[in-house]
Each structure stands twice: as C-alpha cells, then as structure tokens.
Design a protein around this ligand. Structure first.
Ligand code: HEC
Ligand code: HEC
Ligand code: HEC
Length: 353
C-alpha cells in the first residue's frame, strides 16, 4: 500500500517534470515563429496577414465551421501539395465545397479570390515556412508498396464507412456521393499524404463540431482508405507489384517446401491432395493442389489468394489470408514452390482461372 503511494508520488513528480519540459519545448519554437513572421515583409506575408485573414484563421485553435467564414489554415504548409496550392490560388482549381463551405448560409459556392502566379508562389512559400504542424509527422505512412488490391479495399471502406455519404468522388466521369463536405475525387493531386494520414486518425483535431465523422478503422483500414484517396485523380498511379520485386527474383522453391509444410499441409495435405486433417469439417474442401496447374495461374491471382485469402478472390473465407503471418521472402519462396510443384494432372486438370 505505502509503496503504491510512494510510487504514485514519484510518477506524479516525473509527469510534472515532463510537463515543464513540454512547456519549455513549446515556448521556444513559438517565439522563433513570431520573429520569423515579424521580419517577413515579403509579398506572401502581406497577402496572408491582409487579404486572406479577413476570411481564414492562420493561428489559434481549430473550431466549428459555424464560427468561421472559411477553412482554418494554421496547418496550411503541410496540408496540401504545393503545386495544388499554387493552382488553387490562381483560380485554376474547382471549389471543394459543392454547397459552399458554410452550407447553412445563403450564397452557396462562390468563386475564390485569385492572385498572380508570382503572388501564389510567395503565399506558398509563406505557408511552407510558417504554417507547420508538429502533430503531422513525416513518413508516418509509407505507400511505396501500395498495391492495387489495397486500393480496392480502400474503395470498399469508402462506401462501407459512410464516407460516400458526405464526400463526392467520381464514377464514370460523374460526381457521385453526398455533397456535404469537401469533394475528394482529386485527393491524390491535392493533399500531402502525411497530413491526410494524421487527419484520418482523428478529424476532430482539425475540424471539431462541423459535422465531421471519426470512422472505427484499424491501422490497416486507415492505410487502405488513405492510400485509396491518394490514388484519386492521379493518372496511371504506379501500384506496387510484389511479384515483380527483388524478393520474388530471389525466390527458392526448395526453401518454399518447408513453408508449405508449416502452414498449408494442415488443410491441403502433405502432397497437396486436399486431405490434411483440417479438411474434414470444411465445405468447400481445400483446393486439391495436386491436380491444379498452379504453375500457369496469373501471378496477381496466386499472390492475392495466398496473401489476402480466399474471400478476396471470391473463394471460401476458410482459406486464410497469410500476408501478416508469413514474412515476404518466405511467401515468395512458397509461391515459387507452388509453381514448381503443382503443374496439374493431365487427365483431370481444370484450366487456370
Ligand atoms: C472572402 C473570403 C476569402 C478570402 C479573402 C480568402 N479565402 Fe480562401 N477560402 C474561402 C472559402 C469560402 C473557401 C472554401 C471554398 C470552397 O472550396 O468551396 C476557401 C478555401 C481556401 C483554401 C482551401 C482550403 C481547404 O482546406 O479546403 C485555401 C488554401 C485558401 N482558401 C487560401 C486562401 C489564401 C491564401 C487567401 C489569400 C490570398 C484566401 N484564401 C483568401 C474564403 C476566402
Ligand atoms: C457525416 C458526414 C461525413 C462523413 C460520413 C465523413 N466525413 Fe469527412 N468530413 C466531413 C466534414 C464536415 C469535414 C470537415 C470539413 C468541412 O467542414 O466540411 C470532413 C473532412 C474530411 C477530409 C478533409 C477535407 C479537407 O480538405 O479539409 C477528408 C480527407 C475526409 N473528411 C475524409 C473522410 C473519409 C475517408 C470518410 C470515411 C471514413 C469521411 N470523411 C466520412 C464530413 C463527413
Ligand atoms: C484452414 C485450412 C487452409 C489452410 C491452412 C490453407 N488453405 Fe488454401 N484453401 C483452403 C480452402 C478451403 C480452399 C478452397 C476455397 C474454395 O474453393 O472456395 C483453399 C484454396 C487455396 C487456393 C486456391 C486454388 C484455386 O483454384 O483458386 C490456393 C492457391 C491455396 N489455397 C493455397 C494455400 C497455401 C499456399 C496455404 C499455406 C500458406 C494454404 N492454402 C493454407 C483452406 C486452407
């Protein structure tokens, strides 16, 4: 009991010290920021502090849109892709809010003020140096290995989690979805992915009490939907194709045999005859690899059924998704083993899907 009190006291002191440090840490950059602003007499600063701040807020706390005239821009230096921001300021982008930002007021969506190319560059410079947000971490999400399948998961989430109810996307060249908030069909050319990711973790940190919505998504769900948004509007988005990676070039069927034994034989059987002990209670039965021409299966299909599971390719959900369980090199070795071993039984072989 006493020990507990002492240790509580201790942690209390530790948190006090921590809080102090935290405040000191905060105070320093704020001072620096003010100096930078005061000494910055460039065209960007003048515009922002003059024309723009009659509608937008560039400092202070986020608040409900019903107190605002226009979106808060305290984090303007990390929210947008710079090229988009410059185009927006020159009037080369469509409005984001189909019914106007303040849909509760008459007037609807009005044309935004425009500035010259030179001023747009100056404002973007100002944003980049002054409107940062330490909550937005660089590279907190890495989409360099984002696959087409993940994009498809993201698209499903977008509809299942009501995003479609309030944000428009494009289908067959037409705007679809509820026009409550910002349209998202060009997200991939607009947002900085670091901001988008941080926003998705808790929209209320940026737009509280404005009708926004926090979805119950896991880490992977957030990855899928953020990745999906980053593909919207992007021509020829380059998806990662794992089967073309170095891991697959280095794959070894002999090593893959051990992986097959460890993870697959329980259902598919030692020789791939679909007669492992796990097969007994299953309907449909595990595929009989021994008669399937897995050697000729399309690489994306074979990868996706093993990595994301049967349900992803329209088969039974009893075929598990192995992506989180089996490390990348083992998975590549396993697929090399499947291809080298199962070439179909000439008499009864069905054709590849
Ligand atoms: C008369 C009020 C007004 C002025 C002045 C104004 N804006 Fe805006 N701004 C708005 C409104 C309203 C929107 C939302 C428009 C929409 O997309 O439908 C907006 C949107 C934006 C956006 C996109 C915001 C987002 O996240 O959706 C940026 C960036 C922006 N303004 C920057 C500026 C800058 C920089 C200036 C000064 C050069 C400026 N604005 C001047 C009203 C204003
Ligand atoms: C009930 C309506 C509603 C739903 C559902 C909803 N949102 Fe939003 N969203 C908002 C509102 C409101 C905002 C704040 C901006 C504004 O004032 O409109 C917002 C902001 C955003 C923004 C930032 C836009 C910008 O330029 O500032 C993104 C990105 C976004 N939502 C994505 C999503 C995703 C992804 C989902 C689904 C998981 C979703 N939203 C579901 C209402 C909604
Ligand atoms: C829990 C039992 C189970 C385990 C373990 C299992 N599978 Fe399966 N697998 C199935 C079932 C059931 C099907 C058939 C799905 C259907 O027909 O709808 C299947 C189907 C497949 C198919 C699809 C064949 C086709 O024609 O599309 C492949 C490939 C496959 N499994 C590979 C593997 C690999 C590789 C492993 C080991 C990493 C593995 N499975 C582990 C149950 C299992």
């Amino acid at each position: 009991m006493r020990w507990e009190i002492i240790s509580n006291l201790k942690s209390y002191r530790v948190s006090l010290a921590f809080l102090l440090l935290f405040f000191l840490g905060c105070a320093a950059p704020v001072n620096k920021k003010n100096e930078a602003q005061a000494s910055d007499t460039g065209a960007g600063a003048k515009l922002v502090q003059g024309a723009c701040s009659s509608c937008h807020k560039f400092s202070g706390q986020p608040e409900t849109k019903f107190n605002l005239k226009a979106p808060d821009l305290m984090w303007g230096g990390v929210k947008y892709q710079r090229a988009w921001l410059e185009r927006w300021l020159q009037g080369q982008e469509e409005n984001l809010y189909p019914n106007g930002y303040r849909w509760d007021q008459a007037g609807g969506s009005e044309k935004h003020m425009t500035v010259s190319r030179e001023d747009a560059v100056a404002v973007a410079d100002y944003f980049e140096t002054n409107l940062l947000d330490e909550r937005v971490a660089k590279n907190a999400i890495d989409l360099s290995q984002f696959t087409e399948q993940e994009r498809d998961f993201g698209a499903v989430i977008f509809k299942q989690y009501s995003c479609f109810g309030c944000h428009q996307i494009q289908e067959d060249g037409k705007n679809v979805g509820g026009p409550i908030s910002a349209n998202l069909y060009d997200s991939g050319n607009r947002y900085n992915v670091d901001w988008l990711y941080r926003f998705a973790l808790n929209p209320q940190d940026f737009t509280p009490h404005s009708g926004e919505y926090l979805a119950d998504l896991s880490g992977l769900g957030v990855r899928y939907v953020v990745g999906y948004l980053m593909t919207l509007g992007v021509k020829d988005y380059k998806f990662y194709e794992p089967w073309k990676s170095e891991t697959f070039q280095k794959a070894d069927a002999n090593r893959g045999a051990a992986v097959y034994k460890n993870y697959c034989t329980q259902c598919h059987g030692m020789e791939g005859k679909g007669d492992g002990p796990g097969a007994a209670g299953l309907d449909p039965k595990p595929a009989v690899h021994a008669v399937l021409p897995l050697s000729d299966y399309p690489e994306d299909y074979l990868y996706n059924v093993v990595y994301y599971g049967g349900k992803t390719v329209g088969k039974s959900p009893d075929m598990p998704d192995w992506g989180l369980t089996i490390p990348p090199q083992d998975l590549a070795d396993l697929i090399a083993y499947l291809r080298a071993t199962f070439k179909g039984a000439p008499e009864e072989a069905p054709s590849a899907p």
